[in-house]
Design a protein. Sequence first.
Length: 262
Amino acid sequence: MTLLASHARTGVLARVNPVAKLGASALIAIPLVLSLDVVSAAVALALECVLFCFAGIGWREFWLRTWPVWLAAPLTALTIALYGEPSGTVYAEWFVVRISEGSLTLAAATFLRVLAVALPSVVLFVTVDPTDLADGLAQIVRLPARFVLGGLAGLRMVGLFLDDWRALELARRARGVADRGRLRRFLGMAFALLVLSIRRGAKLSTAMEARGFGAPGARTWARESRFGGREWMLLAIGLAISAAAVVAAVLAGTWNFILGPG
């Protein structure tokens, strides 16, 4: 949580309301979900790279945050290339593996699509403070306060969750019960942490109820969540990226509406 907070006020995009970041990510993802083609994903990814320059994070932070995406994208593409629906020229075939011109095209489109959908979500939310997000969801989106505050409290518990896991591991090692049986040790620690989390959640819910977090009627908020020109500009940029990707794919003749009959 401290890492999130350290970037909470840096960069142009960092000062934008988290609700706008959520909306921009959704606008970018919609056309990429509806179509599976190389052109739309490539155009969207290229335009997103320009947007990343204003996120206010360095290259080291960028790679540390996005490495799971860069790992998942080629693995997904490899699966499509080996086991995707064959079409066109078949280059290699063995048992259930069949590499063809069509499967390679789908693999390339899948690779770019995963990057174009996942990278904006990761980068835009690096600079999001959980409390700002909760304020925006409750005051702008008008989600129920009980749901928003419960989610915020749970998110704030992630740091304690990791601390508890390390404490349990050190305690088990001190007692000499964690030297072997890696799978058994993991299951035992997971069960102990589950019990501890349930107890902490029950205490936290009782404490929040006692402080009036579950009271009926409209509640007040310590900080006002504003939605102004910067937020509408980011939404417009997200819509422009989506429109450019769709137009480029249609003009290139590669638009492949995956929900269609064919």
